[in-house]
Write a protein that binds this ligand. Structure first.
Ligand SMILES: Nc1nc(=O)c2c([nH]1)NC[C@@H]1CN(c3ccc(C(=O)N[C@@H](CCC(=O)O)C(=O)O)cc3)C=[N+]21
Length: 285
């Protein structure tokens, strides 16, 4: 029976620290602010947006939401980002993914000032991450939150086999760099991977971000492994479920994150923390 990683408890601890940091910055006349831009009505994005907004208010972070219809043009969206880049009250800009098909994700990502890129997706920030530069640069919040959980639960990374299922720019790729920088032996798998089961069975650390409900069952997992479930799937019953069959895998894994209550709250806490980081870096270097 695995130890269940309590993402909510750790997020609470981080949020308390963030709250204190915000109060301190306020005394120096600095008021951290985040802008979230959303186009369309993807359900995961709406959950995220709602939770984020509530949390920001609670921690004293200014939060503005710019919501656009799904038929917004790329130029309109770029103009909005340009305004936020120039707005001195905004430290962090997050453009929700996925974007509607008429909009090129890379063009949008490149338009966000690297100093305000709270998702860490701008090529300059991604480059610093892959180059393992220990300078102040933002890192995608879900991967950073996952690394924080692994640290909290004292999961050894050096020399361990880490398998990431899912190759997205928001989760898989930054995690590849982070785990590699921590001296793990990292394998990236995706929908084209042959014999996924055989590969995941080699994982000491298995991170699943595929967006496929219950993709991973007990037979896919090595006994005692650390299993991190990044999936967030809304079932027709309205229930949230991950990419891992929690009930069976928890009997075999050593450590496991639940959905909800695992990676999700950590992503939000890290987003808040990193918004404050960006405010601090922008004002103090
Ligand atoms: N540019 C961008 N950056 C993102 O980081 C990003 C994104 N776009 N688009 C959407 C996905 C999804 N995502 C979530 C984060 C937290 C919860 C979350 O708070 N989950 C709670 C929710 C529980 C509930 O409300 O029922 C939990 O797992 O316990 C959900 C979803 C971030 N994403």
């Amino acid at each position: 029976m695995a130890t269940i990683i309590d993402g909510r408890a750790l997020a609470k601890k981080i949020n308390a620290q963030t709250h204190k940091r915000v109060a301190k910055l306020n005394q120096q006349g600095i008021h951290p602010g985040i802008a979230v831009v959303i186009a369309g009505d993807d359900s995961a994005s709406l959950i995220y947006t709602r939770n984020k907004h509530k949390k920001a208010m609670k921690l004293g972070i200014n939060s503005i939401l710019r919501k656009f219809p799904r038929d917004i043009s790329q130029n309109e969206l770029l103009a909005e980002i340009d305004n936020l880049n120039k707005d001195d009250s905004i430290d962090a800009i997050l453009v929700q993914q996925p974007l509607p098909p008429q909009i090129d994700q890379k063009t949008i990502t490149n338009a966000i000032l690297p100093e305000k890129d709270v998702d860490g997706l701008n090529p300059l920030n991604l480059g610093k991450l892959f180059a393992n530069q220990n300078t102040n640069h933002p890192i995608a919040c879900t991967p950073r939150g996952i690394m924080r959980m692994l640290k909290e639960y004292e999961v050894q990374l050096k020399g361990q086999n880490a398998v990431i299922v899912g190759r997205s720019i928001l989760v898989g790729k930054p995690l590849l760099a982070l785990l590699n920088n921590a001296d793990a032996t990292v394998t990236m798998a995706g929908r084209n991977t042959r014999d996924l089961t055989k590969l995941t069975q080699t994982a000491d650390i298995l991170i699943v971000a595929a967006g496929v409900p219950h993709l991973i069952g007990a037979a896919d997992v090595k006994a005692g492994a650390t299993v991190i479930d990044v999936g967030i799937n809304r079932l027709s019953t309205g229930k949230l479920t991950g990419d891992v069959d929690f009930d069976s895998v928890k009997e075999k894994a050593g450590l496991i994150t639940p959905v909800p209550g695992g990676v999700g709250p950590m992503t939000i806490a890290t987003l808040m923390e990193q918004t404050v980081d960006l405010a601090q870096w922008r004002h103090h270097g």
